[in-house]
Design a protein around this ligand. Structure first.
Ligand SMILES: Cc1cc2nc3c(=O)[nH]c(=O)nc-3n(C[C@H](O)[C@H](O)[C@H](O)COP(=O)(O)O)c2cc1C
Length: 342
């Protein structure tokens, strides 16, 4: 998720079993081949390819052996593969950047046709491609042809731009272009992030495609996961904001899948220690004030679904000093936080 889920966040979210794979923030492709530093910034996992111990647990079925026969994708330190995501509309530029990504060590690519941002859409990227399935086909086809059959190219779509009339046509275009898997965010671009997510529409798409379809949108809890699976018929789901709101949501789902039992709710100390670990990683390279903003952003994602996070957010929202902020996070009760301007 752009501006939110970076490599540190991916690292923390995948420390406990739950995720099968993760995706980078999108690399925006306009017309030129981007320099390596752009790819490394979005996917530092390319630089220090982790030796994945957990790959045998991967169920996505997307990982192929590369030409040298080694299965060594960029991965989080826990070994969960990281797919590099490109966002663009120009087939040649996408193909050139797909090549570049491969040269730098990517062994799978994801194409974003779901981004609703006005600026991105005005320049013909993200969800604006959903207005023209033929263009979407050309983009996927160009990337798949450029990288070869041994590299899985996946795609992410919404149900349409302003309405759902082209939902199936777009999904079929992605498949015809060579996508190995399709993630469907069950809303149109104009619906933004407003509930509800129309999971039943994903089911309509899934039954007409032969590639795996992954359900996405508004999965905040185990109950949502069950509903999304039932209505879409999809085996797999993708978590977005739900994984930030409850960083143990993926392990919660996995635990239920394996045992049929529920994990207890995520406690405040678990949340505080995760946020503190995130701060410790970020402060190595970023100014303290920026780290505070990142912490507030994550706490903001938690607070809609967790009253303790809401209380902390309220108590800490004016604090700009990192150590004071961390102190506040780690106080046993929100009322113990000495609220002060720094
Ligand atoms: C702040 C923000 C940034 C996002 N950035 C990306 C992105 O870079 N690539 C992408 O495929 N989806 C991105 N998304 C969309 C999410 O991956 C997801 O499809 C969407 O939020 C719906 O799922 P959710 O309801 O579980 O969050 C972003 C969403 C948000 C809120």
């Amino acid at each position: 998720m752009e501006g939110v889920i970076d490599a540190h966040c991916r690292d923390l979210l995948t420390r406990e079993a739950g995720f099968d794979w993760t995706v980078t923030e999108f690399v925006r492709v306009v017309d030129a081949r981007l320099p390596p530093r752009v790819f490394y910034k979005h996917c530092p996992e390319l630089l220090h390819k982790n030796c994945p111990e957990l790959l045998h647990k991967n169920r996505s079925g997307l990982l192929h052996k590369n030409r040298s026969g080694l299965l060594n994708p960029p991965a989080t330190p826990s070994g969960i593969p990281v797919h590099l995501q490109l966002l663009g509309s120009d087939p040649d530029a996408l193909a050139a950047n797909a090549h570049q990504a491969l040269r730098l060590g990517a062994i799978s690519l994801d194409l974003n046709f779901g981004c609703p941002a006005k600026l991105v859409n005005r320049h013909d990227g993200g969800a604006s491609m959903l207005r023209d399935p033929e263009r979407l086909y050309r983009a996927v086809d160009a990337v798949q042809s450029a990288v070869g059959d041994h590299i899985p190219v996946t795609a992410k779509i919404r149900l349409g731009f302003s309405d759902r009339r082209l939902a199936l046509a777009c999904a079929q275009a992605a498949e015809a272009g060579g996508a190995a898997q399709l993630v469907v965010h069950a809303r149109t671009r104009n619906e933004g992030y407003r509930p509800p997510a129309h999971w039943e529409w994903i089911g309509r798409i899934r039954t007409r495609l032969s590639i795996p379809v992954v359900a996405n949108g508004d999965i905040w809890s185990l109950e949502d996961y069950w509903k999304a699976r039932t209505l879409s018929g999809c085996r797999d789901v993708m978590l977005g904001r739900g994984a930030l709101a409850d960083p143990w949501l993926a392990p919660r789902i996995r635990h239920w899948q394996l045992t049929g039992h529920r994990l207890p709710p995520t406690s405040w100390p678990q949340r505080a220690s995760l946020l503190s670990a995130y701060a410790a990683m970020q402060r190595n390279t970023l100014p303290d004030k920026v780290v505070v903003s990142l912490l507030k952003q994550w706490l903001n994602h938690m607070r809609a679904r967790n009253p303790e996070a809401a209380q902390r957010f309220q108590a800490l929202r004016r604090i700009t000093d990192l150590d004071t902020f961390l102190d506040g996070l780690n106080q046993p009760t929100p009322s113990a936080i000495a609220v002060g301007q720094s």
